[in-house]
Design a protein around this ligand. Sequence first.
Ligand SMILES: [Zn+2]
Length: 333
Amino acid sequence: MKGTEAPGNAAFCGSRGKKILPGGSVVRHWTDTQVEQYQYTNAQLGPSACAPAGVLTCINMLSALPRDPASRMALTQGLVRLVRQRSCNCRHDTIASDSTCDVPLQMYLLSRSNCGGGGIVPIIDVVEAHCPDVVGAALIIGEHSPFEKGQLLDWVAQWMQDGAALTLTTNRQKFWDYEKKQRRLITGSMPDACHAQPIVGVDIEKREVIMANPVKSIAEEDVEATVASPPTLRIRGNEVLLHCEGVETTKISQFNWPTDAWRDADVSQQVLLLRKHFPGELWVQANKAFVTIPYAGTGKHVGPLLRLFAPRSSEAGKRILTSRDPTSYLISV
Ligand SMILES: [Zn+2]
């Protein structure tokens, strides 16, 4: 059964002996089979619930889920409650020329911008309230990675070796763009999405990160090439045009956007340009054109990030407590 409690403690396997990791070249919490058995997924928790799924998987990797079902349910619900949803279920692949929706464009775009797991502090507060032996922290990656080349894997491995479990939120659009440049397929690339995934392990010799939800290995060079990203999100053109069908051009140009980031992105202008390219009934074909908006699903101006959890008494837990900012819970590299 998925999402059930995992037996025992984190397992560190591989024994080819690299000095950085006493346990060998691979540091990992679970085997791939254990991941399939014990991870939490969006399918269990609901749409846009990749952050709570990743966090719960981390806590399970630490064998620190509350033991009694009621407390475990309270933890799960506390995390899922933080997820902000889309305002409606209009999706590019289900929209047709006769589709209609009452949600106005601005509301639609704002909900897409905020869609996601609930930032940094609220998630850690929920975890620490329900799992008193666990502490959390976050490292913002943002637009410019804080890691030197070749540093990210070793940094993650060291935290894991010291007892931590981590999730990585990436901008899948970066993979999408990178894939085209590299002319090879990258699993999980998407033109219009961000995604949080637990890190199951790191292979220091093969230079790979092993992720869950879904299980896959990503080469270090691919992670490094795509991990940093400004907090932006692309929205499919047909989704945009459906939500402003019949709205006058002057009204769109006068939309009052909520922040400078929205105004700097010139969202009204982008929408009007899109309309010009897909006039009249052509709007439905605009699923490969995009409008770029600010993304706040991981927090305002945050973008990609790593979340760390560890038993309070572990090396990692002690380091989190001494190094994290007491109010933002942020750590640095
Ligand atoms: Zn809609």
